[in-house]
Design a protein around this ligand. Structure first.
Ligand code: AMP
Length: 281
């Protein structure tokens, strides 16, 4: 596996692959890799001749009071995992390579980014859209792999790619979980041993809300409130617990069949997000 730090070197390598007629899959990450990220790499390998992975902790998607400075950076370990996982290229740029000057361009996927995490993290999804768009312009992959763990991000990037006619196909990958049900996340490392014991309740509570709906409960406001309260009582500080229609993450109505429940909650300083999607018969 090659590790490249400049856009010029990245483009040169990808050009060689293209000249050899090879297809390219791309997995953007912020590093501190875990089984979820590696599932994206494994899926990418199945779908394309070459797999490029980027690690860039994107300052544009963090607000000033968020965890940009303490976000875990474990590059040597990540590099070993990617080598082992069969990635062909790691793009590991520094901040000035990506932002030689502050970007004046904004990409706002207006409606989708206004809800859920977007309501609680102003500017976050503009930062995500900007970096994904920049990386797509650098790599120009056939296939972009994104995790369903970040469900709102997935829909926002899908919409941006459609709106801007970016010639990449998007493949989503189901959330990889620990045996407890807790979704793998780089932020899990912030949790204290006590918080780690409580954390799986987030997914269990999403499952419980899903099961209530599948059993016929239809008062989504009451279900949301009750499940958010259960999380609060267990020690979470709940940001939102929203029952949505899957296609656009708008509030679900009785007739919607494809549903997604999204939740964000803090345990101490650590913000966890998760979601579950299902079909109502
Ligand atoms: P991040 O490094 O957190 O920005 O994530 C990079 C990519 O990995 C995103 O597309 C995430 O949705 C995906 N991802 C993160 N955690 C998981 C997980 N537990 N299962 C599947 N994909 C994940």
């Amino acid at each position: 596996m090659q590790t490249l730090t400049t856009i010029k070197a990245l483009r040169a390598t990808i050009r060689q692959w293209r000249q050899a007629g090879q297809s390219v899959a791309f997995v953007p990450t912020m590093g501190n890799l875990h089984a979820g990220h590696m599932q994206l790499v494994t899926t990418a390998k199945q779908k394309a001749d070459r797999v490029a992975v980027s690690i860039f902790v994107n300052p544009a998607q963090f607000s000033p009071h968020e965890d940009f400075n303490r976000y875990p950076r474990t590059e040597a370990q990540d590099q070993a995992m990617l080598q082992e996982g069969g990635a062909d290229l790691l793009f590991l740029p520094g901040e000035t390579e990506i932002f030689p000057q502050p970007a004046q361009t904004r990409i706002t996927v207006a409606e989708l980014a206004s809800r859920h995490c977007g309501a609680n993290r102003p500017g976050h999804f503009d930062g995500v859209a900007l970096i994904v768009c920049k990386l797509l312009n650098m790599v120009q992959p056939d296939l972009l792999l994104l995790g369903e763990k970040d469900c709102q991000q997935l829909l926002i990037v899908r919409r941006m790619v459609a709106d801007l006619n970016i010639p990449a196909e998007i493949q989503s990958v189901p959330t990889v979980r620990e045996a407890s049900g807790l979704a793998h996340s780089s932020r899990n490392g912030y949790l204290s041993p006590h918080e780690r014991q409580i954390a799986p309740l987030l997914y269990q509570t999403l499952c419980s809300a899903r099961d209530r709906i599948l059993a016929g409960a239809a008062d989504y406001t009451a279900i949301s409130l009750e499940h958010a309260q259960n999380l609060q009582q267990a020690g979470f500080s709940v940001e939102y617990f929203n029952i949505c229609r899957a296609q656009d993450l708008q509030p679900a109505g009785r007739d919607d069949k494809q549903l997604t429940i999204l939740a964000a909650a803090r345990l101490g300083e650590t913000r966890l997000i998760d979601n579950i999607s299902f079909s109502k018969q």
